[in-house]
Design a binder for this molecule. Structure first.
Ligand code: NCD
Length: 308
């Protein structure tokens, strides 16, 4: 039994296997409709979520499993002061796998230390969001015609809150298997954490940091926008100052190539104008929908003996 705590739990080969499995499930979902019959999946969301929780729950239901859990920790015994470890030990008695999101970085790892059933990290504070990275890579792969070569040597701009945004921490590590070139575009105070940069240096990944996208826009194959993570700011005036640092609208979208992919893990709160939704380069809704197939593929792997 293994957990999914970090994108680094996946080798290049594992990652490509998950993508291939998701592709097959998306093509014929009925083949796996009873694969998890009799199992119970728990979703413990200590932090808000729409896409991640509902796509995990939909994935479990579509595989024939049943789902228990909470979407608001204020309705759980956390509110009475129960520790995360105790909650996890209790749910171990009720479910065959636990999907959890928590505001503390490292919370999923803590949970795994006391859990006999698989823990899936659905976001831990400003740490990681490994399943989002998988669905993002799947979406790039699918949009670029399903050839492994098409996710190699991509030029990718990550834009926005690279400090607190957990999706970019996982996605940059996941894509590091495919010899990318990264452009990290953020205000100076929201730069990619040093820890991630050190990992990329050790992997000999080519990256460049800047606080504007003007010079690099015409080069990139993927523009990955992110939300400035208001909930991580103690100084709300600082958040207000930074939240609209980069806005994709008709004017700024014109800077990017005709075949650049516009991605965003969502929710967006102003950084992509809805006028871009009909631009053929915008694939963020498809990206969110693809979460279902990736999460079905992950549940199948977690229930196999030779998991992940
Ligand atoms: C992201 C998250 O929770 O990290 N959302 C998601 O899961 N799709 C991004 C965000 O909240 O900004």
């Amino acid at each position: 039994m293994k957990h999914i705590l970090s994108i680094n739990d996946f080798s290049r080969e594992n990652l490509l296997d998950v993508i291939e499995e998701a592709r097959q499930i998306k093509a014929s979902p009925s083949i796996v409709q009873d694969a998890l019959h009799g199992r119970i999946i728990a979703t413990l969301f200590f932090e808000p979520s729409t896409r991640t929780r509902l796509s995990f729950e939909s994935a479990a239901l579509r595989l024939g499993a049943k789902v228990i859990g909470f979407a608001d920790a204020a309705t759980s015994s956390t509110k009475k002061g129960e520790t995360l470890e105790d909650t996890i030990k209790i749910v171990n008695g009720y479910a065959d796998a636990i999907v959890m999101r928590h505001s503390e970085t490292g919370a999923a790892t803590r949970a795994a230390e006391v859990s006999n059933v698989p823990i899936v990290n659905a976001g831990d504070g400003s740490g990681e969001h490994p399943t989002q990275a998988l669905l993002d890579i799947f979406t790039i792969h699918e949009t670029r015609n399903m050839k492994h070569e098409t996710i190699k040597e991509l030029k990718i701009a990550f834009v926005g809150d690279l400090k607190y945004g957990r999706t970019v921490h996982s996605l940059s590590q996941g894509l590091a298997h495919f010899n990318p070139k990264f452009y990290f575009v953020s205000p100076p105070s929201l730069k990619m954490p040093e820890e991630t940069l050190v990992k990329l240096k050790n992997q000999s990944i080519n990256y460049q940091e800047s606080n504007t996208w003007n010079e690099i826009a015409s080069e990139v194959d993927v523009l990955y926008m992110t939300r400035v993570q208001e909930e991580r700011f103690s100084d709300k005036a600082e958040y207000a100052r930074l939240k609209d640092a980069y806005v994709l609208n008709k004017k700024t979208a014109a800077l990017f190539k005709d075949d650049c992919l516009f991605m965003h893990p969502l929710p967006r709160v102003g950084e992509i104008n809805p006028e871009i939704d009909t631009d053929p380069r915008a694939i963020y809704f498809k990206e969110a929908h693809n979460g279902l197939w990736i999460r079905m593929a992950l549940f199948l792997r977690l229930t196999k003996k030779d998991a992940v």
